[in-house]
Design a protein around this ligand. Structure first.
Ligand SMILES: Cc1cc2nc3c(=O)[nH]c(=O)nc-3n(C[C@H](O)[C@H](O)[C@H](O)COP(=O)(O)OP(=O)(O)OC[C@H]3O[C@@H](n4cnc5c(N)ncnc54)[C@H](O)[C@@H]3O)c2cc1C
Length: 444
């Protein structure tokens, strides 16, 4: 038997259930990644994500080579490319780890049917979440709409499966299979090459991801609960892009973080938010398009204003914490969580801009942009998401700055000129305008 292992958002060799299951196949294994920008409903990657993918695939190919296997690269609709790889390899089994987005599930289900109809074995395995979304349900059997009871239910469920070891060795069966050259995919920016700051900030790949996890657990997890909201302190794990690309499995993070002696409850709770976002996407596949709170379908967003939007994107609003966050994002492909909330609130509440506009900008610029966490959090900040708060939250960016960057360290690093700029809007007026727009839909 020869097995094709189809890699997707799981660019790792440890705790990779599909790879582990294929490792002992006497006919060998063909490892393949398909760049699918063509299947219906698959969202094309943003620029920062393409940069990360290039480097993460390079790292994965090196790890597989050490085990004796080749990473085959193909571009096109997965429903066509995977069967071609199977035919070229003469394989009789295809394995992959599950995805949870709506369009992805349709692609996978159709392919599984087609392969099975052709007499092959085709199986999908869990590996991208702590719990499968259909296992965490309310008493009535539906999905949770609020985080706290959701997370309590996760904590009461059987613990996530223990992570699997990476295979010691693989028997490569990719010989007869054609592969693209990664450089030909043009994932890296060239003219202009805006990725210098990304390269200075990040090292994509599983080896770097595991190192980051260990450093965080050894040096920072004990202070995480106290310091996680202060953007000038390097207090958080910075694991989000590694989790996004599956260079690290959440099960690995969970089991390392729950070893005795670690004060990790607050950190695990954040993994819980990731889990909640993905479970929400599973039940609401149009999360990036449609308001979870349908009352917001009637919300009166302001007319699009290219000048105001451009000022927000460039970090030229005259509100220092907003400007610092937007510039950090542009330079590094990331932004501290507290500042993500403030910048998103400023766009949706003070500029009264539809959250989907901001979501798309983050999608293009974040290295950790994922199809669950990004729209989930944008909806949460906009007020139409999965939120238990009974009121309409409008962050004041000046008060947030006073509270979370009192000495101006974060602002001084990213936007020292911002305080001297003329603010592009008036806070009291725009706050009242947002509250009035909400009042008009509240009872609907
Ligand atoms: C408007 C907005 C958009 C966002 N878009 C994304 C996104 O596209 N991808 C993404 O991974 N996170 C997103 N987040 C959540 C959060 O900002 C990042 O996960 C966090 O800043 C990553 O830093 P860290 O790895 O140091 O997190 P830590 O504080 O160390 O947390 C550990 C892990 O928990 C997860 N996590 C933490 N907070 C959240 C959260 N609110 N929602 C979901 N998962 C969370 C991440 O995987 C993170 O790596 C967004 C938040 C906002 C407000």
């Amino acid at each position: 038997m020869t097995t094709v292992v189809w890699f997707r958002d799981d660019l790792r060799i440890a705790d990779h259930p599909a790879l582990a299951a294929a490792a002992d196949d006497p006919g060998g294994v063909v490892c393949v990644y398909v760049l699918d920008e063509a299947s219906a409903g698959i969202r094309p990657l943003g620029g920062a994500a393409r940069w990360w993918l290039h480097h993460s695939l390079t790292a994965l190919a090196a790890s597989l080579a050490e085990l004796g296997a080749t990473l085959v690269l193909r571009r096109g609709p997965a429903g066509e490319e995977v069967p071609r790889v199977v035919a070229e390899a003469g394989a009789d089994r295809v394995l992959w780890n599950r995805r949870y987005g709506g369009a992805e599930r349709e692609v996978d289900a159709a392919l599984k049917r087609e392969l099975r109809d052709a007499g092959l074995t085709a199986d999908s395995l869990p590996g991208g979440l702590l719990h499968e979304p259909w296992t965490i349900t309310t008493k009535e059997g539906g999905p949770y709409r609020v985080y706290s009871p959701f997370w309590r239910a996760c904590l009461a469920a059987p613990p996530p499966a223990r992570p699997l070891d990476a295979p010691d060795t693989l028997r490569d069966a990719a010989g007869p299979v054609r592969s693209d050259r990664l450089d030909d995919w043009g994932l890296l920016p060239t003219r202009p090459d805006w990725a210098g700051g990304l390269a200075e900030t990040w090292q994509p790949g599983e080896v770097a991801a595991l190192e980051r996890l260990e450093t965080f657990l050894d040096e920072r997890v004990d202070d995480y609960a106290d310091d996680r909201d202060v953007p000038s302190i390097d207090a958080t794990s910075n694991l989000s892009p590694h989790l996004r690309w599956g260079e690290l499995s959440p099960r690995t993070v969970w089991h390392r973080a729950t070893e005795p002696g670690r004060a990790s409850a607050a950190f695990l709770g954040e993994l819980g938010w990731r889990e909640f976002a993905w479970h929400t996407l599973f039940h609401a596949p149009d999360l990036a398009e449609r308001n979870l709170d349908r009352r917001f379908d009637a919300f009166e967003w302001a007319e699009p204003d290219a000048e105001l939007l451009g000022a927000w994107q460039r970090g030229e609003t005259g509100f220092p914490l907003v400007d610092a966050g937007m510039r950090e994002l542009w330079r590094t492909g990331a932004m501290h969580n507290r500042v993500r909330m403030v910048t998103a609130s400023f766009l949706t509440k003070n500029l009264l801009t539809d959250w989907r506009v901001g979501e798309r900008w983050f999608w293009d610029t974040l290295v950790d942009a994922d199809q669950a966490s990004n729209p989930f959090n944008w909806q949460w900040v906009a007020g139409c998401g999965a939120d238990a708060a009974p009121y309409f939250r409008v962050f004041n960016p000046l008060l947030q700055e006073k509270k979370f960057d009192p000495e101006g360290r974060y602002v001084g690093r990213w936007a020292p000129d911002s305080a001297g700029r003329m603010p592009i809007v008036e806070l009291p007026f725009t706050r009242e305008r947002a509250l009035a727009a909400y009042a008009r839909i509240r009872g609907s």
